[in-house]
Design a protein around this ligand. Structure first.
Ligand SMILES: [Zn+2]
Length: 303
């Protein structure tokens, strides 16, 4: 896809190779691919990341590298109770071919390492077939991201998405007030927010597509921080390459998909019910829509 074309002209959407519900996964794969490429100087991108990792060899090699970095951390600081630190790596066959027993074995060893050494819970784990047979790329991607998240706590370089999480967590923890607009940002601020001048523009563009009688409320509180729906819902929004990402609970979504689920006019299950005139479904639609505009929740949950 035309990287950056949306950034340079938020008014014109490019044709995307995915539904809005799949974009967050694409964004994560893109981020992980770039991170692995920089870490290990390998020819890997969003289009070949799964093929590159499906033999399990690079995953196991990564596990051993994470273990090595953890070892350096332990030498320096000793064992830290709050952070699970891997103390042993994994054995693997580097020459394993895709879809073979050796590939399955490598992937299985990586999974065991994630469980035993990184203490990753089952809810964030993937199964061998999720990767080897491509049964569930999402589970695999989320697990790889979790490994990166944990390893960043003891010194591994982190993907940009994890850095953004840390930035948001820091902002929440410190209750930082934003600097005035005219204040030059400090070095730390520049780390990820060099494109924030586009962020609000992109957010406003997405919001402007709302066709509700009263526009779905999304009010900017500070850079990358918005109030949606009623006053209690705060969301953090960040740009990840050419995706507008929103931090939701412990995970990420794209803002577009988030709005598809929360802005009443974009919830297809309800808009399909909009019939002309004043029949009962029409009245119900307006009743639910008004209620959910005020609450900032998705009316599709009512059906
Ligand atoms: Zn709307």
């Amino acid at each position: 896809m035309g990287k950056g074309s949306w950034l340079s002209d938020p008014g014109s959407f490019i044709i995307k190779p995915f539904k809005s519900s799949e974009e967050y996964l694409y964004a994560m794969k893109e981020d992980l691919a770039e991170w692995l490429r920089d870490l290990y100087d390998v020819d890997i991108d969003v289009n070949n990341i799964v093929e590159s990792l499906e033999t399990g060899a690079m995953l196991c090699s990564h596990a051993n590298n994470v273990t090595r970095v953890a070892g350096e951390f332990i030498q320096k600081y000793g064992m830290v109770r709050q952070v699970p630190l891997p103390t042993s790596g994994v054995s693997f066959v580097n020459s394993a071919q895709p879809s073979t027993f050796l590939a399955r074995d490598n992937v299985s060893n990586f999974i065991t390492w994630c469980r035993k050494q990184m203490d990753i819970k089952d809810v964030l784990m993937f199964e061998t077939d999720d990767l080897v047979l491509r049964k569930n790329e999402k589970n695999f991607v989320l697990c790889l991201l979790e490994v990166a998240r944990r390893a960043s706590r003891f010194g591994m370089a982190a993907p940009v998405l994890i850095q953004l999480e840390q930035e948001i967590e820091e902002e929440i923890r410190e209750g930082l007030e934003p600097p005035p607009e005219e204040t030059p940002p400090d070095a730390k601020h520049q780390r990820h927010t060099s494109n924030t001048q586009n962020l609000d523009e992109m957010v406003r563009h997405l919001i402007s597509q709302c066709t509700c009688p009263t526009q779905f409320p999304m009010v900017k509180l500070s850079e990358g921080k918005y109030r949606v729906g009623d006053s209690s819902t705060l969301i953090f929004v960040r740009i990840l390459r050419n995706h507008v990402m929103v931090r939701v609970g412990g995970g990420w979504d794209t803002l577009e998909h988030y709005l598809d689920k929360h802005d009443p006019c974009r919830c297809t299950s309800i808009s399909e019910l909009l019939l002309p005139g004043t029949n009962e479904l029409g009245i119900m639609y307006y009743y639910i829509m008004t209620k959910h505009i005020l609450k900032g929740t998705c009316p599709s949950c009512c059906f």
